[in-house]
Design a binder for this molecule. Sequence first.
Ligand SMILES: Cc1cc2nc3c(=O)[nH]c(=O)nc-3n(C[C@H](O)[C@H](O)[C@H](O)COP(=O)(O)OP(=O)(O)OC[C@H]3O[C@@H](n4cnc5c(N)ncnc54)[C@H](O)[C@@H]3O)c2cc1C
Length: 526
Amino acid sequence: MPKIVVIGSGIAGLFAALRLSEAGNQVTIITKERSVDSSTNWAQGGIAGILDKTDGEGKESHIKDTLVAGDGLCDRTVVERVVEEAGDRIRDLLSYGVDFQKEGDDFHLVKEGGHSARRILHARDATGAEIERALTEAILQKDNIEVREYCLGVDLIQRVHGQPEMGIKGIWCLDLETENMNALYADAVLIATGGCGQLWEKTTNPKVASGDGLAMAVRAGASSKDMAFFQFHPTALMTGNDKPFLITEALRGEGGIILDDSGLKNYNINGGLPEKYSFTLEYSELGSLATRDVVARSCDQRMKITGAKNVWLITDHLPKELLHSNFPTIEKRLNEFGLSLGKDPLPVAPAAHYMVGGLKVDIQGRVMMSNDNPIPGLYGIGEVACTGMHGANRLASNSLLEAVVFANRAAEHFISNPIDSEEEIPKWRADGMQELIEHAPLVRDLETLRKTMTHDVGIVRSFSRLERAGRMLDLLTEEVDLIWRKSIPTRELVEIRNLVLVATHITNDAIQRKENRGLHYNIDLI
Ligand SMILES: Cc1cc2nc3c(=O)[nH]c(=O)nc-3n(C[C@H](O)[C@H](O)[C@H](O)COP(=O)(O)OP(=O)(O)OC[C@H]3O[C@@H](n4cnc5c(N)ncnc54)[C@H](O)[C@@H]3O)c2cc1C
């Protein structure tokens, strides 16, 4: 019976594991912390998609909005397929027990930035947690799925070392409880490790988002694509803590408005509706509900001009009942910081949010080498993958959708093209390696890395800053490599090694770009 290892327990990993197990495969999911620790579990707004297969107009408009947000770089075929398959995959989620919010017999649909219609299904403002709950419960019912928590994927094992075209036959993992390195045999490995928000000082992502899967696949011969496009979410709550909490775009979909200090002052003095005081109108006629790249950039520029640490999200003009019923998680969290939804101006600023680029994959989720051939036995699904769906900028609530569609596609591809070849796998060679006694240099390297990415590879870039970042990353690569070669791996070491590699791919891609598109904005190219 084929054995498959899935790395990651977010929506992509869990969904693919269910599909593969239903076809009789033996699946092992490895995950870095608890199973629920994922970006999926933190997703608020929802999942976009047209349920009714006959609604051609609805699907066409979803395709159009996705292409507009992607600023000319989406792969139209991929967008069409994902939108076409959305209804079936959302029905699959329902069959696994996901409880999306209803209004009478129909689903309650919301709208977010860049969407021209209400087409987002949600579970109030905790959609991801609901999806994670249902899929995890479905996994527990399966005898042929094993979940290994606190198991860190470190590197892929190639069938023939140095020859990616020969394929992958497993993965080395670090058991974070026993601190032992283990080799797991696999006929196929599905990388579903999510994004890399931990590269920046302020991020909406959980701690596990350190680009591990992307880095390990690249070391095994995979290509990355469109790495310069990293999405910053415009409205992360800034309350002085270093872990920004996301305020979903759905709140702006319901009429929330972003103001700067002077707009807030004028609104307080003159009253009326807050829209007319919003600086975001200077950047787009859609104002606070323009696409994320535009809103994040306008907030960033306004904060740089005024020197303010944040802008303000205004909700006091919105119906209290609607806020209370649709955004209970946000309301509870705000209350913890002494703020009230529907009353207080909320201090918000952009924070690193979503990796639009990623592992270059084909329409089946197979990970590609630079010669555009797939690496046998290796799939990339979810945020770690660059499918062409998002182009230069992701449309809100399209990522859960893309993840579930490609998880299904990758699973189906393996099911129709199984590899089953039990083989010996090597043992981890630790000869001459020492325990890492001092972690302090790694902590300093991580701080340097985050500062570099925040200041030099952020929302607004320039060639001189990108090149400076490149030089700093060369140095960090050398430093981390020195430690890596002589030390027994620890989580900190594995993660910084991966983060530095992913940062280098982002910076190099940004340096090579000759035009501003979507999320990539270089002031030297204006
Ligand atoms: C706060 C927030 C709100 C969001 N809201 C929305 C929304 O409303 N709608 C939407 O469409 N998208 C939203 N997104 C984006 C969306 O949630 C993610 O893109 C999506 O959930 C990614 O799913 P995934 O399965 O690819 O990865 P994740 O859900 O991030 O899961 C990755 C998994 O891989 C594991 N992992 C990572 N590295 C390793 C390793 N080396 N070894 C073992 N395990 C590893 C992690 O522990 C985790 O289990 C949001 C994201 C955030 C952070």
